[in-house]
Design a protein around this ligand. Structure first.
Ligand code: MF3
Ligand code: CO
Ligand code: CO
Length: 271
């Protein structure tokens, strides 16, 4: 028995963490959020995504943490950087950002054994109305989901809140990727779907830790994976956005572990 993994697990395989565990998650989550806070000045037309990832790698090391993604299923970078029609798992590289690009930067760190996983959108250069609307709806959709987090509600309540909000804005929720339980592991039960029906799915209990990370497309929801086996793009080439927080269920609601210390979660409006 692995003594890092104490405490009960529900019939759905979801670990119930102890009150003291919230502190470890908060520290890991804060570090991941601080790293994203430091990225804003590095995102500009002419910048490469490799350079952004290089700084992230350095910051993880300097903090005495470990990247959760380097070595994960063969992935070799400390971040995923997903530009424009890339839905998620964009690989940092020599690609040069251009004016008007929108990008998600996703960082997961391991600090003292706890995983902090967060992503948010950034803008290179000037904002256009279409991208602004997509990022605003995606950001707000994440919070529609978060607002459903309390003991007694279900994971279906989270998914339904996100889906109905997004579709009311005539955008689509990606079905091919979901949020996940985490804690002392990167990806654990449950799959946190960003669509669904109220009242369905596992019941939320105090001590559950998971991410909510909706991906929203301006066009259709379908995705495909490029030949690099990682990069997921929209099939119809429409723009895609994503925001992600790591969250714990408390006695009467939730704690967001990955809040931005600089209050800079949203690229232009504040968190
Ligand atoms: N951080 C991503 C998530 O939100 C996972 C990235 S795995 C990688 O779950 F290998 F692509 F980095
Ligand atoms: Co995640
Ligand atoms: Co992530």
């Amino acid at each position: 028995m692995d003594d890092r993994h104490n405490g009960p697990v529900t019939k759905d395989g979801i670990r119930i963490h102890q009150p003291a565990d919230f502190e470890g998650m908060a520290r890991a989550g804060r570090l991941a959020a601080e790293i994203l806070d430091a990225m804003a000045p590095l995102v500009f037309p002419g910048q490469t995504t490799a350079e952004i990832d290089r700084v992230i790698t350095q910051m993880v090391t300097d903090a005495g943490a470990v990247s959760a993604t380097i070595g994960y299923k063969g992935y070799q970078h400390a971040s995923c950087i997903s530009v424009n029609h890339v839905v998620c798992h964009g690989i940092p590289g020599p690609k040069v950002l251009k004016d008007g690009d929108i990008l998600n930067i996703d960082v997961t760190v391991i600090l003292d054994g706890w995983y902090g996983d967060t992503s948010r959108m950034f803008l290179a250069g000037r904002l256009n109305r279409k991208s602004e609307r997509l990022m605003q709806v995606t950001h707000d959709a994440l919070f529609k989901g978060i607002e459903m987090v309390r003991p007694g509600n279900t994971f279906g309540d989270i998914g339904a809140a996100i889906q109905s909000f997004v579709e009311s804005h005539r955008m689509s929720v990606v079905r091919d990727f979901c949020g996940h339980g985490l804690g002392r592991v990167f990806h654990a039960p449950p799959n946190v779907l960003h669509y669904g029906r109220p009242g369905t799915g596992p019941v939320l209990e105090e001590g559950m830790f998971f991410t909510i990370e909706p991906m929203v497309n301006l066009g259709r929801p379908e995705t495909k994976i490029l030949a690099d086996d990682w990069t997921a793009v929209t099939r119809d080439k429409s723009l895609s956005a994503q925001f992600e927080h790591s969250i714990g269920v408390t006695a009467d609601g939730y704690e967001i572990f990955t809040l931005s210390p600089a209050d800079n979660f949203h690229p232009t409006w504040g968190s």
